[in-house]
Design a protein around this ligand. Structure first.
Ligand code: GTP
Ligand code: MG
Ligand code: ZN
Length: 304
């Protein structure tokens, strides 16, 4: 029977098969097949399940169907390993906050690069508008201009008090992945969108001004038959993996148009002469994005 993985705790998977929720297990040998992943199956995966012949009433996953796409990050714990965040998604929605907690530009850009590498559309929602003073509102306007200009949808929200029709309609007829730091408000949004959802929500730590990692497992929720939304645990850093230095600029949509025009075909757009990307900085390529590009290029991440 074909089933969709809607929650994964590592040992057990909750799946939806023929409108029914089932807890299933994975046959042991699967775990070893791809040694570079810390988790062999992610929420959003389509799997084939069979009754377990040895244990009455238990189901096991016998096959993972090919993934249309997936989002992963370098495992922060296991060097050289990747962690699957979710698969088969139609858009990535990043929940950003400029206060309590503050999301860095590097984090936003790493998320967008991850999406671009799979050609998954990205949306950026700035949450907690009610906490923004003049300074944060100016920052928001600045970032909105940058990200809209290069093709991403951007909006200002306050999920705790209300979710607008515009935000609701973003999720129609799609499978959306929610991502962002702990405490950004992902679960708050889920609870607002889905009256039956009871995702735990916790206050930011006053001491650290950070979220306390309330959500610990990714989970898929249905908004209606055609629309699903995946809540995920907040992440501190999004390490990129499987992206070589030479490809990095391909995942900056505003740089793509210049890539064939540099003097050197393997130009990293750093210090090379006659670089078309560098010439476009401040114009088609926003300064802030170029600085972010350089910083990611020079950082280790999980790339290599
Ligand atoms: N002031 C304000 N607080 C908000 C808003 N949205 C959410 N919060 C609060 O932010 C805190 C964290 O919200 P959560 O929804 O738990 O955040 P999360 O992104 O799910 O966090 P993790 O599960 O840890 O990744 C809670 O205290 C929420 O009430 C908002 O629009 N304004
Ligand atoms: Mg949460
Ligand atoms: Zn160049």
């Amino acid at each position: 029977m074909k089933a969709l993985v809607i929650k994964s705790t590592g040992l057990w998977y909750e799946v939806m098969a023929n409108q029914e929720r089932l807890m299933v297990r994975l046959r042991g040998k699967f775990k070893l097949e791809d040694k570079k992943l810390t988790n062999p199956i992610a929420v959003g995966d389509w799997v084939e399940i069979n009754p377990n012949e040895q244990v009455d009433g238990e189901w096991v996953i016998i096959k993972i169907y090919d993934r249309e796409n997936y989002v992963m990050r370098a495992s922060p714990r296991k060097k050289g390993h990747d962690h699957l965040i979710a698969s088969n998604i139609s858009q990535g929605v990043l929940i950003v906050t400029l206060k309590r907690p503050r999301t860095s530009i590097g984090f936003i850009d790493r998320f967008l690069i991850t999406l671009e590498s799979f050609r998954i559309p990205g949306v950026i929602l700035f949450n907690k508008e009610d906490l923004y003073a003049e300074k944060e509102l100016r920052k928001y306007e600045e970032l909105k201009e940058v990200y809209q200009k290069i093709g991403y949808q951007v909006d200002l929200c306050q999920f705790e008090s209300q979710v607008t029709e515009d935000t609701r309609s973003l999720f129609k007829n799609k499978t959306s992945l929610l991502s962002g730091h702990s405490g950004a408000g992902k679960s708050t949004l889920i609870n607002q969108l889905i009256p039956e959802a009871t995702q735990e929500v916790k206050e930011i730590s006053d001491f650290a001004n950070k979220g306390v990692h309330t959500t610990t497992f990714a989970e898929l929720f249905y908004l209606d038959d055609q629309s699903a939304i995946i809540d995920t645990p907040g992440i501190k850093e999004l390490g990129l993996s499987e992206i070589e230095d030479e490809e990095l600029s391909h995942y900056f949509p505003e740089m793509r148009q210049f890539l064939g025009q540099c003097k050197f075909h393997n130009c990293l757009h750093e210090n090379e002469p006659d670089c078309a990307v560098k010439e476009a900085v401040g114009d088609a390529v926003p300064e802030l994005r170029y600085q972010s590009y350089l910083s990611i290029l020079r950082s280790e991440d999980g790339r290599k």
